[in-house]
Design a protein. Sequence first.
Length: 136
Amino acid sequence: MKKIFVIIAALGGITLAKAQTIENHNHSTTGYIKSDGTIENSNHSTSGYIKSNGTIEDRNHSTIGYIKSDGTIENRNHSTVGYVKSNGTVENSNHSTIGYIKENGTVENNNHSTIGYARGVDMEWAAVTYFFFNFN
C-alpha cells in the first residue's frame, strides 16, 4: 500500500512540473510556460520568466515588464503597453482590442482568427507571450 502511494505521489509531481505548451495556429509548438513562470522556447532553452509578483524578466533576469493585479501590462519603465480584461479581451495602451484569450486556451487576433493555443496557461501570461513581449 505504501509503495502504491509513493508511485501515485511521484506521478502527480511529474504532472505538476510539466510545462504548458505554447502553439501557433497550426498547432506547432513554439514554446513552453512552466508552472513556476519559466518561459522556454521550442528547444526548452529558457527565454524568460514571469515571477509570482508579476515581474517579467528576459533570459538574463533583466526586468522587461510587469503584470499588475488588475490585468494592466507595463514595460520596464512602468508605461502601460496593454490590458488583459477578465473576459479574456486583450487591449493595447489605447484600449483598442488587439486579441482574445479564450477559456479553452485558444488565442485569437482582433478579427477572431486563431493565432495560437495556450491551454492551461494563465490569461495574462498567454497575453504577455503572444501580444506584448517577444521571448524568441
